[in-house]
Design a binder for this molecule. Sequence first.
Ligand code: PLP
Length: 386
Amino acid sequence: MTTNAVVPEAIPLWAEIDLAALEHNVRVLRGRAPRSELMAVVKADAYGHGLVPCAQAAVRAGASWLGVAQLTEACTLRDAGVDARLLTWLYPPGADLAGALRRDIDVSASAPWALDELAAAARRIGRTARVHLKVDTGLGRGGAFGADWDKLVRHARCLEGEEAIRVVGVWTHFAHADAPEHPTVLAQQERFFEAVARAERAGLRPEVRHLANSAATLLHPGAHADLVRPGIALYGLSPVPQVADDFGLRPVMTLKARLVLVKRLPAGQGVSYGHAYAPAADTVVGLVPAGYADGIPRHASNAGPVLVGSTRTRVAGRVCMDQIVVDLGAGSTAGAGDEVVLFGGGPGQPTAQDWADAAGTISYEIVTRVGARVPRFHVGAQEPAR
Ligand SMILES: *Cc1c(COP(=O)(O)O)cnc(C)c1O
């Protein structure tokens, strides 16, 4: 069970991050893909959970790779002393690739200009860039599509000749891995292995082939290849909420607040902006210091679930910038200072998925958008968290 963080009384809203749960989830995912290495995807501040402590926990639990979108995220990890292979994949022309190479970071390339910039950076600092070539097998997003793949491969082979780069990986990403029966999953898989074969025929010798996100790691063993790249499942949230199985994952983030005001309101008194809610009978309401500035989706107005003590209730009225009101019921004995759980994984607690359902979005967005002013308290670490 979750260890509660020691949180100073004066903090209105905070996120408890259970690193023991994160380590457990890494082990669950490794168990699902026992012949593959695991790249823990920790982009976007580890989906809102805190980049460095989560990366360190993932490495402790056996992740040998870490993946991030932006270069600066990768640099932050290396500068914090994180010792794992690192891959970064999203940068515009002119990015500080030399900085990445100096830090021993692997970099993805989807187009010839990216290879040219990598080669130039490598020459400048006297290194060989380790590159993962990305192929678009049907996602229609990053990666080289169609005939561009062979061009990218030839360009890479040419730069390998002068030892400016070395292609160490080939990779792709699924469009529908979260739809277990979707025909594009197998089609993309086949196109991927065909693209790998073409790269090898052209003389490239990648060490790792990788394509599986969380959904594919959990559902499509044929896509495990050399390395799996789970993100959301590390944080204990299912990539396939429509599938009843929770795969034994444990939610890592619990978002908590303290009531800042409790008061009585008469029947019919409109609540908060626009009076979008009015209690049918006299009631007690509580003011929760969490709003859309903290990542509480405004689309969850009159819907987002909240646990106060043992009372499960919902947002009453609009979600405001800094606060929400909850209807605690006429008999409530709650008082200012009482703890509120917006979401977590404990008994009776609403989940990030419940909030996603209430707001018409996905759990990824609920945790990732928890705002910068919400302090994260890391608990359950074997080493003191930083
Ligand atoms: C975010 C991301 C992942 C992880 O996806 P999940 O669905 O969170 O498991 C893997 N690979 C790439 C390229 C990504 O952008």
